[in-house]
Design a protein around this ligand. Structure first.
Ligand code: AMP
Length: 483
């Protein structure tokens, strides 16, 4: 398999030859140059080739598949068939699905196409009705799509393009069998676009089984991301963390902060502690209802909430621009998860600040992280006077400052195959998306901020269904909301 890696950026959007309404939408989005994954993946996808894209969220991978799909559909716009989408996009979570729909809305705002979201955790009835009314593009989580197929609410007979987004994560979440069942129902005569942050054996095999003579393209964003982020760590024992977090969040320049805790319970506790300190924050995690998650995300996006507390699984795939700070209230057990977390503040080349609160117990985890990113994370307050003497003694015995400690990366690192249906979100510590960065020292905030796709609906679009255009199309059919 040919892998094109980090090809220099000579491609421009104009040179891609996208249909005029799409090019116009990209101008609205203020996208000037394709990101590396777009520069590599869009041309073969436009020519009809199958593509394997090795890229994680934050690299512009959504547009890498959305643009060629929209170009194809633009050539043959028409009323969609009842129950029979022309494009199926499979993704692991409702949040990612919602963002994909947002991207199709944004880039396709001048096209008369209908995009629909079908996710678990919400009643199926409305999704069935909307499918019956017809959708060109169906973005779905595998469990719910299979349910819809079993209830004959969807037909795959007219599918021309199949996309798998974050395939490795779908594997982690136990969706592989559902995916294989769905793929078996989709006509062989199709284009398949396959995106994954990593390519473990099972994913490579899935790709091999599903794709025909694919072009494989890869980017290594994690290194770039890490280099763009100013990282620091502060020693803080468990009981000191609430006050330290409040202090941090009061610092100047904290415009929008994403705070990570290891558990759902921990996230709620932090919200309560901050509220006692007069800081308004909200938590997003799997125990929250769909509606509550939607409202919280929308409020975070439009700036009503400045501080969002999240668990790893809830935050995965969330694409919010303008996160100035990521705070690790707890360090993750798996070092790769750290890279993924801090990447939230460096969307598409932007810079950001990441601060970690590290207790004595967590020091070995910090060492693991430093080994992975090949950087020292500057640590302050190590000999904190407030540190309980007993703990300090324990840490001394354990030698927290030694750099020769064996990495504990294996801890909690098993490739969890537990069934984790989209309608039953659970905590999952398998940080998988972080790549293997080979970062440099002295990371400084720098770089140009890219604008994320504007949200034509003026807010978060996590919902049962989303529609793309409101302009009447041929035959007088009125579509859903537009920009
Ligand atoms: P993704 O990896 O698809 O989640 O995209 C990450 C972010 O990059 C999103 O906020 C996109 O709006 C933004 N983005 C994607 N492509 C471009 C581009 N060519 N120029 C600027 N920003 C982009």
């Amino acid at each position: 398999m040919l892998i094109r890696k980090n090809i220099p950026l000579t491609v421009t959007f104009a040179s891609l030859g996208l249909a005029e309404p799409i090019a116009r939408a990209l101008r609205d989005e203020k996208y000037e140059t394709p990101t590396p994954i777009q520069a590599q993946a869009v041309p073969p996808a436009l020519s009809g080739r199958d593509v394997v894209g090795i890229a994680q969220t934050g690299t512009g991978k959504t547009a890498a598949f959305a643009l060629p799909i929209l170009h194809r559909l633009a050539a043959t716009e028409g009323r969609p068939w009842p129950k029979a989408p022309r494009v199926v996009v499979l993704c692991p979570t409702r949040e990612l699905g919602s963002q994909i729909v947002d991207s199709f809305h944004a880039y396709g705002r001048y096209l008369r196409l209908k995009t629909m979201l079908a996710i678990g955790g919400v009643p199926i009835g409305k999704q069935k009705r909307n499918l019956a009314a017809g959708a060109d593009i169906l973005v779905a989580t595998p469990g719910r799509l299979l349910d819809l197929a079993n209830e004959r609410a969807v037909s795959f007979d007219h599918v021309e393009v199949l996309v798998l987004d974050e395939a490795d994560r779908m594997l982690d979440m136990g969706f592989i069998r559902d995916i294989r069942k769905i793929v078996a129902m989709i006509p062989d005569e199709r284009q398949t676009l396959f995106f994954s942050a990593t390519m473990p054996g099972e994913i490579t095999k899935l790709a091999k089984d599903m794709l025909r003579n694919p072009v494989t393209v890869a980017v290594t964003p994690a290194a770039t991301t890490v280099e763009l982020i100013a990282q620091r760590a502060m020693r803080a024992e468990r009981n000191q963390k609430p006050a330290m977090l409040a202090g941090l969040l009061r610092e100047e320049g904290v415009l929008r902060a994403l705070v990570f805790t290891r558990t759902k319970h921990g996230a709620d506790k932090v919200v309560r502690a901050l509220s006692q300190d007069g800081i308004e924050a909200e938590a997003i995690h799997g125990n929250k209802t769909q509606g509550a998650r939607e409202r919280t995300m929308a409020a975070f996006r439009n700036g009503d909430i400045r501080v969002l507390i999240a668990t790893d699984i809830a935050a995965r795939g969330i694409d919010v621009d303008g996160v100035s700070h990521v705070v690790n209230y707890d360090l993750p057990n798996v070092a790769e998860t750290y890279v993924h977390r801090i990447g939230r503040t460096a969307r598409a080349g932007a810079s950001g600040i990441a601060v970690s609160l590290v207790s004595g117990e967590e020091m070995p985890l910090l060492r693991d992280i430093e080994k992975l990113i090949r950087q020292k994370v500057p640590l302050s307050g190590e000999a904190s006077a407030a540190e309980p003497a007993e703990r300090a003694g324990r840490d001394r015995n354990r030698g927290p400052r030694r750099d020769d400690q064996q990495p504990r990366q294996q801890q909690g690192r098993g490739r969890g195959k537990q069934r984790q249906r989209d309608d039953r979100p659970q905590q999952n510590q398998n940080g998988r998306n972080g790549g293997k960065p080979h970062g440099q020292h002295g990371a400084k905030p720098q770089g140009q901020r890219h604008n994320g796709p504007s949200r034509p609906h003026g807010g978060d679009n996590i919902g049962e269904v989303g529609f793309m255009s409101q302009r009447p199309r041929r035959g007088g059919m009125v579509q859903g909301s537009a920009h």
